[in-house]
Design a protein around this ligand. Structure first.
Ligand code: GAR
Length: 197
């Protein structure tokens, strides 16, 4: 048996980090995966993802970035919460902050991210818009491990998404999100099945 799974139900204890709408959070919690989402970590007290978590009865930790609190201190607070919940892996789902060394060192190769472009192309906060403006004919979605850079960690899975000449930005966004909501849960499932997570 995978040693990381909790003994009571054979599930992997995880945390999801998100900053905004939370459609990927929703896709993960609805995918019937062998995981227990112990906590949603969110950096914005008004983010819609908090409503989703409340409805799904997922506990939340709101961790705002504040003047006078260093990144290390903030991440240490998060780490205490993750340890208290025996969390074994972190899934970033639209979490718009760079993960620092405190969390990276505590979860080596156990932090995943989803990015709405074919990395290494169009990293950063506006992957869909940047690909749209660049008029590429193919963009996509990437699942990758987190490292100290911005969207630079080892790629786990990628799916291409076509961008048609007549696409509006909204058309492309919709197509990308549809792929995201399949690819993230499927990749998590694959990694758990392989015993990687
Ligand atoms: C998703 O498209 C995700 O790929 C992107 O933020 C969106 C969050 O949507 N992440 C990044 O751009 C990371 N660089 P959601 O809040 O509805 O899941």
């Amino acid at each position: 048996m995978n040693k990381q799974l909790n003994s009571s139900e054979n599930k992997l204890n995880v945390a999801i980090f998100a900053s905004g709408n939370g459609t990927n959070f929703q896709a993960i919690i609805e995918a019937n995966l062998p995981i227990e989402v112990k906590v949603l970590v969110c950096d914005h007290p008004d983010a819609y993802v908090l409503k989703r978590a409340k409805k799904a009865q997922v506990p939340v930790m709101v961790s705002k970035v504040k003047n006078g609190i260093s990144k290390e201190e903030r991440e240490n607070n998060i780490l205490q919460c993750l340890k208290a919940n025996n969390v074994k892996a972190i899934f970033l789902a639209g979490y718009m902050r760079i993960i620092g060394s405190t969390l990276l060192n505590a979860f080596p190769k156990r932090i995943l991210n989803i990015h709405p472009a074919l990395l290494p192309n169009f990293p950063g906060k506006n992957g869909i818009l940047d690909a749209y403006n660049a008029k590429v004919s193919v963009t996509g979605v990437t699942i990758h491990y987190i490292d100290a850079g911005i969207d630079t960690g080892q790629i786990i899975n990628q799916v291409k998404v076509k961008r048609y000449p007549n696409d509006s930005l909204k058309d492309l966004e919709t197509r990308i999100h549809q792929v995201e909501h399949q690819l993230y849960p499927n990749t998590i499932h694959e990694l758990i099945n392989k015993g990687v997570l």
